[in-house]
Ligand binder design. Structure first.
Ligand SMILES: [Zn+2]
Ligand SMILES: [Zn+2]
Length: 425
């Protein structure tokens, strides 16, 4: 295999034929976040490995199996971001952003890296859109983010997504839940997968969302966290549900959504596509993580967030046949019949481009016939042909490539006004 001309397994190039789709989706995401008051933050691609050990959790699959960790030439252990939240939290603490008052609302689009088995919509380098609200413990903050996600999907034209929510309580109510789970799963110890046997001791909540079919069968009848919520957590969850009802957002309660890490608290949610009946494609999810900032060494600060993997989202849009608007067409292609017209083509293109029109002319010495072919290929709206005759008369013909209509325009000082009239009519 020729490594020089082969991208690394699990990575992909976004080619010009597709990059406009990315731009479209990313613009909608950041614009929508802005409408809710989220400001963009950009953090480095790599961080100290300790940050993810602590912030993602060193007993998670991500930290144990999937991180791109390396020593730099200074001997530091660094890791390519496996997700976006923790780096944002690190930046918030480093720059004291919480001192400017709360709520602090941040959004980002960042590449992330996980050494996973590549499959459809899953890459080792992938892009994540995220929003994070810091300093708001209220159910309103949770629902605000769910609303944002819902409108975002609507704007992208994605139908058939269902919202599933759950509450996983706080460390207080989870203690009792954990022991109830342990008692329950203990009865089925022999039928659990080997990972879950370890989880039984360390963190039985993670058995609930094990992907192993045998474990799933057993987990189907496991006690539900909702029955163990303390009074405050129950009130919070009730408020979330009431606000969602009030906002006209339909949801389903799915007690199987648990996050087996201590710093996740209360509201968790996922958007699930029912189109793909086998896998029930999860298209973004989020929730509250009131314990994370403290875990990373900051002050106790409630927080809630939401993230979407952009690759899977675009895949979903394509599978639903959602049309993404094509980028701007070339406004004018200036063809030149001979070398003497090149200087004029260059200066006229410059005038058009300075006025924000998309203009092109030949830069590879194509024949006139080949230039016309090229103008067709790039789907130019207008074609302007320059030759000795046109330069001498200071007049040229511009042709509407869609209608075939032709106009004569002057090449002197009136050029721009005359062309602009034709282009904008
Ligand atoms: Zn609680
Ligand atoms: Zn299992």
């Amino acid at each position: 295999m020729n490594l020089l001309t082969k991208a690394v397994r699990g990575t992909q190039d976004i080619l010009p034929a597709d990059s406009y789709k990315w731009k479209f989706v990313q613009n909608i995401m950041l614009n929508e976040a802005n409408l809710y008051g989220f400001k963009e933050i950009r953090t480095p691609v790599f961080e100290h490995t300790e940050l993810f050990d602590r912030g993602v959790g060193d007993d998670t699959d991500i930290v144990q199996k999937e991180m791109y960790t390396f020593n730099d030439k200074g001997g530091r252990s660094l890791t390519l971001k496996p997700e976006g939240t923790v780096a944002a939290v690190r930046a918030v603490l480093e720059h004291g952003l919480l001192n400017d008052g709360v709520p602090l609302k941040l959004t980002y689009i960042t590449p992330c890296y996980r050494y996973e088995k590549p499959q459809s919509g899953r890459y080792r380098e992938f892009y994540q859109f995220g929003v994070e609200t810091f300093g708001a413990a209220s159910p309103e903050a949770d629902v605000e983010i769910i609303c944002l996600a819902t409108t975002l999907f609507e704007r992208l034209g994605i139908l058939d997504l269902s919202l599933e929510i759950n509450s996983i309580g706080c460390p207080k109510c989870r203690q009792e839940y954990r022991s109830a789970l342990k008692k329950y799963f203990e009865k089925y110890r022999e039928n659990l997968c080997s990972t879950c046997i370890v989880r039984l001791e360390k963190n039985p909540m993670r058995i609930v969302d094990c992907k192993n079919p045998d474990c799933q069968k057993i987990a189907a009848d496991a006690p539900s966290i909702i029955d163990f919520l303390c009074k405050d957590c129950r009130l919070h969850f009730n408020d979330v549900k009431n606000y969602l009802n009030g906002a006209g957002i339909t949801y389903k309660i799915n007690p199987k959504i648990v996050r087996g890490l201590d710093y996740y608290t209360r509201t968790v949610f996922e958007f699930v596509s029912s189109l793909d009946s086998n896998r029930n494609l999860v298209c973004g999810g989020g929730g509250r993580y009131d314990g994370l900032i403290e875990e990373i060494g900051g002050p106790t600060t409630p927080a809630v967030g939401f993230g979407i993997g952009i690759e899977r989202l675009i895949l979903l849009m394509q599978s639903q046949g959602i049309e993404i608007p094509k980028p701007n067409r070339c406004d004018v292609f200036i063809a030149t019949a001979d070398k003497s017209a090149q200087a004029k083509a260059l200066s006229l293109s410059k005038i058009l481009r300075e006025a924000s029109f998309y203009a092109e002319f030949d830069i590879v010495e194509k024949s006139l016939k080949a230039q016309l072919k090229y103008a067709n290929k790039i789907n130019a709206k207008f074609l302007l042909v320059l030759g000795e005759k046109e330069l001498a008369e200071k007049k040229a013909e511009i042709k509407n490539m869609d209608s075939g209509e032709k106009f004569v325009i002057s090449l002197d000082n009136n050029f721009f006004i005359e062309v602009k009239n034709i282009l904008t009519n």
